[in-house]
Each structure stands twice: as structure tokens, then as C-alpha cells.
Ligand binder design. Structure first.
Ligand code: ZN
Ligand code: ZN
Length: 305
């Protein structure tokens, strides 16, 4: 183990760029740009549907694969897990299993050579560039050592992993496009381009947590780490931009000390708890937060996202 990619270093990594992936991502973004123009011509129902679907997909990422599966910050009943797993499949950002492994490595080895998207290497690498290159041996080695036994024993996660290849295409493209075409006779061209735009937006919004929220913002909880409180990212991601707080207290289901403020994901989890679908919501006490702030935080900076 750990022998794979031994010849790759930070310096040589750029010689092994996976060009087909680069071309594909460039194609995807070009289609999305055309989608921006088509937004003004398509049926308003197509727009509204994609906006609602975007929020659903985001819940799969933020409330699902991030706060539930990666951090186990609350427990979800089977119906809620299925609801979130379907949304995460539509997000098309790797299966839950892989996403969780990468995210746990990211937290454990944040901004080191073993972090898949090491923010010390600048905005482009951490936003998207890391996906264009083979991984450093350190990332692979540490990733293989991450405990994923909870994922392996989760039937929803393993089912999704097994059928991900086709189900993600069906959930991300086929079903949304079919709904637009069959329900209000949208042209397949408009439906395709606006759907692609929705996908590209959701991808970039998630990537901003790795890039912008690791580069710009306040550090009220720990000045010694890169993750920061970034209001722009907070607004775009329904609450994931309180990143200095999140890296200091990763098991807090709210990802901030401010409850539902700018944090629709927390509001969603609270609602699920009220309905009896979520339980064991983990929180860090106010005293612990204040103690940590005065010990390692930048006391001059505002704590909000
Ligand atoms: Zn992070
Ligand atoms: Zn996290």
C-alpha cells in the first residue's frame, strides 16, 4: 500500500495532467455558459424547477454527505437517508463513500501534502485543479488508512456506491430533463442546457468551500489554520462558509455557533428532528466555543460567516 503514484511529487504532478478530464470540464462549463443565455428564453417553469432541484441537490451534499455521513454530526432515519442519498446522487460529485473518504482525509490532514485539495497551493488547485491531476502518494496512503467501517456497514451508502455510475446520470440529467419536457413541453435543448447550468453551479458552489473558504475570511476560533469564515460562501452553500468554526468543531451539526442564521441546512436538520426523522444532533456548548475563541481565536475578528 502507498506505493502507487510514488513517482509523483508536487513538482512533477503537472506533467501528468489528465487532459480528457480537463476537456470534459471545459465542455461542461461551455455548455453552462450557453445555459445562462437560454435561461432568458426557456419556460419559467424550467427555471423554477431547476432552482428547486438545485436546493434539493445541495441538501444532499451539505446535510447529507457532509454533515451526516462524513462527520456523523447527527443520526438520520432510513427514509431521510434515502431522501439525502438520492439528492447526493443527483449532485454528481462522486459516490458518498468516496466523498466521505476524501473529506475525512481533508479534515485530518488539512492543508498538508496529504490533503486532496491543499489550499497552500492557491485558488485554482484547491478549487478544481486537484481533480485534473493524479493524486500525490501521501493523499492515497492516508486515504487508505481512513476508517470507513461505518460506510461499509451502511446499506444505503453501499447500494449507492454499487449502482452510482448510471444512477448519477439518471438523477442529474435524465429525470430533470424528462420532467421539464413532459410536464410543460419544454424543448429538450433548453432543458438540457439549463439542467447543465444547474449542475455546474452546484459543483462550483461546493468547490468554493475548499477554495474561497480556505483562503479568505476571518478566523475567530483558530488563527493558526487556513479555513476561515466566508460570508459569500455561507450564502451560496446554505451555511457551509463558517469554515473556521467547522474545522475547529467538525462534529457540530450546525457548522456554526449561530443556529439557523444564514444556515438553511441547519434549519432543514432541525425540521427533520422535529418530524422525528433525525436525532442525536451534536452541538458544541457556548462555553467551549468561548473558551476556544479566547485561547486560539483572532479576538478582533467578527465571528459571523
Ligand atoms: Zn475545509
Ligand atoms: Zn467538513
Amino acid at each position: 500500500m502507498g506505493l502507487r503514484n510514488q513517482h509523483i511529487t508536487k513538482e512533477t504532478q503537472y506533467q501528468y495532467v489528465n487532459w480528457p478530464v480537463v476537456y470534459f470540464v471545459a465542455f461542461l462549463h461551455s455548455v453552462a455558459v450557453i445555459g445562462i443565455f437560454q435561461m432568458f428564453q426557456c419556460n419559467w417553469k424550467t427555471l423554477l424547477f431547476n432552482l428547486i432541484f438545485l436546493e434539493y441537490v445541495q441538501l444532499g451534499t451539505m446535510a447529507g454527505v457532509h454533515r451526516l455521513w462524513s462527520h456523523r454530526s447527527y443520526k438520520a432515519s432510513m427514509p431521510l437517508q434515502i431522501f439525502l442519498a438520492v439528492a447526493q446522487t443527483a449532485a454528481r460529485q462522486n459516490p458518498i463513500y468516496t466523498w466521505v473518504r476524501d473529506h475525512r482525509v481533508h479534515h485530518k490532514y488539512v492543508d498538508t501534502d496529504a490533503d486532496p485539495h491543499d489550499a497552500r497551493r492557491g485558488f485554482f488547485f484547491t478549487h478544481l485543479g486537484w481533480a485534473f491531476m493524479p493524486r500525490l502518494p501521501q493523499v492515497i496512503e492516508k486515504g487508505e488508512k481512513i476508517d470507513l467501517s461505518d460506510m461499509r456497514s451502511n446499506p444505503v451508502v453501499m447500494f449507492q456506491k454499487r449502482y452510482y455510475r448510471w444512477t448519477t446520470l439518471v438523477m442529474c440529467y435524465v429525470i430533470p430533463i424528462s420532467i421539464c419536457c413532459w410536464s410543460w413541453n419544454e424543448s429538450i435543448i433548453y432543458a438540457y442546457f439549463v439542467t447543465s447550468l444547474r449542475y455546474v453551479i452546484s459543483l462550483n458552489v461546493t468547490f468554493l468551500v475548499n477554495s474561497a473558504a480556505h483562503l479568505w475570511g476571518n478566523k475567530p476560533y483558530d488563527v493558526n489554520i487556513n479555513p476561515a469564515q466566508n460570508l459569500g460562501v455561507t450564502l451560496l452553500t446554505m451555511g457551509e462558509g463558517f469554515h473556521n468554526y467547522h474545522h475547529v468543531f467538525p462534529h457540530d451539526y450546525r457548522t456554526s455557533e449561530f443556529g439557523i442564521r444564514f444556515n438553511l441546512t441547519t434549519a432543514f436538520i432541525d425540521l427533520m428532528s422535529l418530524l422525528g426523522l433525525a436525532s442525536n444532533l451534536k452541538k458544541v456548548s457556548k462555553e467551549t466555543v468561548l473558551a476556544r475563541r479566547s485561547r486560539t481565536g483572532d479576538l478582533m475578528s467578527a465571528a459571523s460567516g
